[in-house]
Every structure is written in C-alpha cells, then in structure tokens.
Design a binder for this molecule. Structure first.
Ligand code: DGL
Length: 250
C-alpha cells in the first residue's frame, strides 16, 4: 500500500516518522507546501484552496490513503478534499480525540488543546470532545512554537520563556492535545512544564486509528520514502535527515 502524507511544511515529518516506524506502508510519499507555510495564520477559504491543490498533487501518484498530517488543514478542508479525492482522506483530529477516549478517562478530565490560530478558532477539537461528553476543555493558540521548532529550538531559555508566556495561568491538564504537527518535537519541554500530563501526539494517534479503522499492521519491512516540497526541497530533506534519525526507511 502507498500512503501520501500532506502538511503545510516540514512539521508533518513527525507524523511520517510514526507511520515509518510502524512499517504500515510499502511507500510513503510526503508533500510539504513549504512555499506557503504557515497555514495556521490563513483564513478558511485559503486553507481549503491550498488543501485541494494538495489533492491534485497526490493524484499524480497511485496512493491508497492520504494522511492530512496538518492539523490546520484537517480542521477545515477534509470534507472538500474527500469530494474530489480518488483515495481515502484521513485527518488527524478524529484520531487525536479517539486516542483520548480509548483510555476511558473521566468526562471531567482537564483537556488542553494547543494549536495554531486557525485550528483553535475552528473549535473542532473542542466540539468533537464535547460530543464525546467531555466538559472541561481549554484551548490556547500557541503559534509561536512553530517558528521556534522550525529553527531547531526545542529547549533552553527561549523555549522556557515561551512556555511561561503561554501556560503561566493554566492549571495542569490531565491531557494535552498537541494539535499541530510541530509540537511533538517539543513534547519533552511541554512535559517538563506540566509534569504528569498525558500528551496526545497526532502521529501516534493516527497509527492507532489506522490499526483500528483500516486493520493496518506492521508489515515487518521498511517503507520507501519520497519527499516533495513546493519550495526548497533540499531543506525538507535536511529536516528529514535530522528528525527521522533512528528511523529505518529506504
Ligand atoms: N502544519 C500546521 C498544523 O499542524 C502547523 C504549521 C502551519 O501553521 O502551517 O497546524
């Protein structure tokens, strides 16, 4: 099976890493719209238009499933993408929510959703969690983490100042949804700030979802990885070398 992974930029490599490590597919075709990142500051029409263009890109390949690794695109564009895609389109929001419900937490558990401006203002995580009966959900736009991660700043004084800036008035949550592709890279810093909170990572959530909904299992051999970007593909390749270190792929 061949999977497409779409993100607004390089951050979706965190999701690609999870599916590569889990050896779910023969081939992983990654496309980052690096010419137009970030999506998280754009309006709905623009996010949908860019996401539909990504579907057109993937029509050039014989993919079985498209994983929309980008939380922002998943928040706004899935319905439109599904109307025109000749393959399955799977976003990261529902898998993230289900990965919490699978743990059978109390319905008054404190859940914090962090993401881009667009993801948070869509309210999609909150709505889906409320539909499952959860009643104690907070959301914070933490878009400034994105350029820090892009610059390779995962810890240290700038990260500490940013954590304090966003979280100083927040009571420790039981669950934190890392509602942005970049945030798994700063999971350690976030866990250091909120010790004991359970972090929900889109990549791990989507692996669980692909197991549960599509019956996909570890095939036991390495996936081939092909990387494409709408600008500076060499930068995407560098990030892949760095962030996928330790993962085995062809
Ligand atoms: N990929 C985006 C997301 O997961 C983060 C970067 C952006 O704003 O485009 O929401």
């Amino acid at each position: 099976m061949v999977v497409g992974v779409f993100d607004s930029g390089v951050g979706g490599l965190t999701v690609a890493k999870s599916i590569i490590d889990e050896k779910l597919f023969d081939e992983v075709i990654y496309y980052g719209d690096t010419a137009r990142v970030p999506y998280g500051t754009k309006d709905e029409n623009t996010i949908v238009r860019y996401s539909l263009e990504a579907v057109e890109f993937f029509k050039n390949f014989n993919i079985d499933i498209l994983l929309v690794a980008c939380n922002t695109a998943s928040s706004y564009a899935l319905d439109e993408m599904r109307k025109v895609a000749p393959f399955e389109v799977v976003g990261v929001i529902e898998p993230g929510v289900l990965s919490i419900t699978k743990q059978n937490p109390k319905l008054d558990s404190k859940i914090l959703v962090i993401g881009t401006k667009a993801t948070v203002s869509s309210g999609i995580y909150k709505k889906m969690l409320e539909e499952k009966g959860f009643c104690n959900i907070a959301q914070i736009e933490t878009g400034l983490f994105v350029p820090l991660v892009e610059d390779g700043i995962f810890e240290g004084p700038i990260m500490d100042a940013m954590l304090e800036h966003y979280f100083k008035d927040v009571e420790k949550p039981d669950y934190i949804i890392l509602g942005c592709t970049h945030f798994p890279l700063i999971a350690e810093a976030i866990s250091g700030y909120f010790e004991g909170s359970v972090l929900v990572h889109s990549g791990e959530a989507i692996v669980g979802y692909l197991h549960d909904k599509f019956g996909l299992k570890n095939r036991g051999y390495e996936s081939a990885l092909k990387l494409f970007a709408s600008s500076s593909p060499e930068r995407l390749k560098l990030r892949a070398d760095e962030w996928l270190k330790g993962s085995k792929y062809k």
